[in-house]
Design a protein around this ligand. Structure first.
Ligand SMILES: Nc1ncnc2c1ncn2[C@@H]1O[C@H](COP(=O)(O)OP(=O)(O)OP(=O)(O)O)[C@@H](O)[C@H]1O
Ligand SMILES: [Mg+2]
Length: 174
């Protein structure tokens, strides 16, 4: 059974990569952003985003866990999913800045996300909660190429994607 979590800082390409994987593997994709309404507990006006209650999100996700599934979203690694493989998508702050600006991010929201990526937040949170964690650098890969890397991981050939090989600190904290 495949239980694959695709997580990462906004803009790293989770949705694009998960859709590519879903098509190639014929596996159902659950976009957690689509469940966020069921799990909403407020609205953060400063950030312009829905506040999500993790317990409610967990409940909403449980209904989708039968059979092979890909769970995609920046909170996906915070859920308790038995036997999950977790792939954290990474992107160099320089490239991520371009992607997020192209999506209209600016100011505090842009800065917060770049900092979270530079500080490995999703990776650290993933390793704290799951035993099978991998990270793939998407900076110079298309969504299709990134999906290829994830397929290698699923096939048990993911040694080169084990955590600890990616470090943005020199780019970011200059
Ligand atoms: N590997 C990639 N190379 C270049 N651009 C990419 C890549 N993956 C995604 N993009 C582009 O970056 C932007 C963000 O991609 P996407 O929406 O898939 O990110 P996300 O991680 O799902 O973000 P969010 O957390 O906000 O949902 C999109 O404009 C997408 O076309
Ligand atoms: Mg997305």
């Amino acid at each position: 059974m495949l239980r694959l979590i695709i997580t990462g800082t906004p803009g790293t390409g989770k949705t694009a990569v998960a859709e590519e994987l879903g098509r190639r593997l014929g596996v159902r994709v659950v976009h957690l952003s689509e469940l966020a309404e069921l799990a909403a507990c407020g609205y953060d006006h400063a950030r312009g985003s829905v506040e999500v209650d993790l317990e409610l999100l967990q409940e909403a996700v449980e209904e989708h866990l039968s059979g092979d599934v890909i769970l995609e979203g920046h909170l996906a690694h915070l859920l308790s999913i038995d036997d999950a493989r977790v792939v954290v998508l990474r992107c160099s702050p320089e490239v991520l800045e371009r992607r997020l600006k192209a999506r209209g991010y600016s100011g505090e929201k842009l800065r917060e996300n770049l900092e979270a990526e530079a500080l490995d937040v999703c990776l650290i949170e993933s390793v704290e909660r799951h035993s099978r964690v991998y990270e793939v650098d998407t900076s110079h890969r298309s969504a299709a190429e990134t999906a290829e890397c994830v397929i290698e991981i699923i096939q048990g050939k993911g040694e080169r994607y084990l955590p600890g090989k990616i470090d943005w600190s020199e780019d970011f904290f200059r």
